[in-house]
Design a protein around this ligand. Structure first.
Ligand code: GLP
Length: 244
């Protein structure tokens, strides 16, 4: 779906999420949201905060799982996704902090595999993700599922691509300080989500959006797997859609 601007698009998706949360409230059910970081979902989170403050939208029945976190990463570091989510969303709404899950960047290496299994089991126990938000990396990654990630990949520790580290290096004062690894939810869990919305804004994303939407389904472009998802939408602005 091509929108006039990222602002209009983010408001439309926020309204859809709000309607889902309210519907679940009426049914006395929890709403399981899969959340992303990066610049693309920032306006969405701002709009959800506005709906909470101005239109009484409660998040008491919401459980969230973030896609990824750098490893290693302290939760209070400036670049941490925990810090990002708290600042932009969690600290501004009435969600129970216990219901907010973000992969832990402080684990000992030998504990990561068990941790990832348990993280995934928590999502499974809730029946999977109801609504998954995604951004897209310049190489087509979703979460930190880099090129080469297979459709059955699980939540795991991954090595970041050079191109991903270069993009992130602005936040880390150079490549030398940029983490080489991250923990990410795998492709399998993303593909199980009942609805997936991928955001991309600006001409800089037009090439990879073209490949992901119109190119072959390939592990070289993990976002292309979404072509096979029964309920996924690429929500883009004019710039990101310019090569479609
Ligand atoms: C990082 C995140 C991804 C995100 C991507 C794109 O790599 N791990 O989840 O989609 O950046 O970021 P942006 O939205 O800033 O373009």
């Amino acid at each position: 779906v091509i929108f006039e601007s990222s602002e209009v698009a983010s408001k439309a998706v926020a309204a859809e999420i709000a309607a889902l949360i309210r519907k679940k409230q009426e049914a006395n059910e929890m709403c399981v949201l899969g959340l992303a970081t990066g610049s693309s979902p920032k306006r969405l989170y701002a709009e959800l905060v506005r709906l909470h403050k101005e239109e009484d939208l409660s998040f008491k029945n919401v459980i969230t799982f973030n896609l990824d976190e750098y490893y290693p990463m302290e939760p209070d570091a400036i670049q941490s996704y925990v810090r990002f989510m708290k600042k932009l969303l969690f600290d501004q709404i009435d969600i129970d902090p216990e219901n907010c899950h973000i992969p832990d960047g402080t684990l000992a290496k030998e504990d990561i595999a068990d941790y990832c299994k348990a993280f995934e089991a928590k999502i499974d126990a809730l029946g999977g993700i109801d609504f998954q938000i995604l951004g897209i990396g310049g190489n087509g990654h979703i979460g930190f599922n880099e090129s080469g990630s297979l459709p059955n990949s699980k939540t795991r520790l991954v090595t970041l691509d050079h191109i991903t580290r270069v993009a992130a290096s602005q936040d880390f004062q150079g490549l030398y300080n940029t983490p080489k690894t991250a923990i990410t939810i795998g492709i399998k869990q993303i593909m199980r989500a009942k609805k997936v919305v991928l955001f991309a804004w600006g001409e800089g994303k037009s090439n990879i959006i073209n490949k992901a939407v119109e190119g072959p389904i390939t592990e070289q472009v993990p976002a292309s797997y979404l072509q096979d998802h029964p309920n996924s939408v690429f929500v883009v602005d004019k710039g990101a859609s310019s090569l479609l």
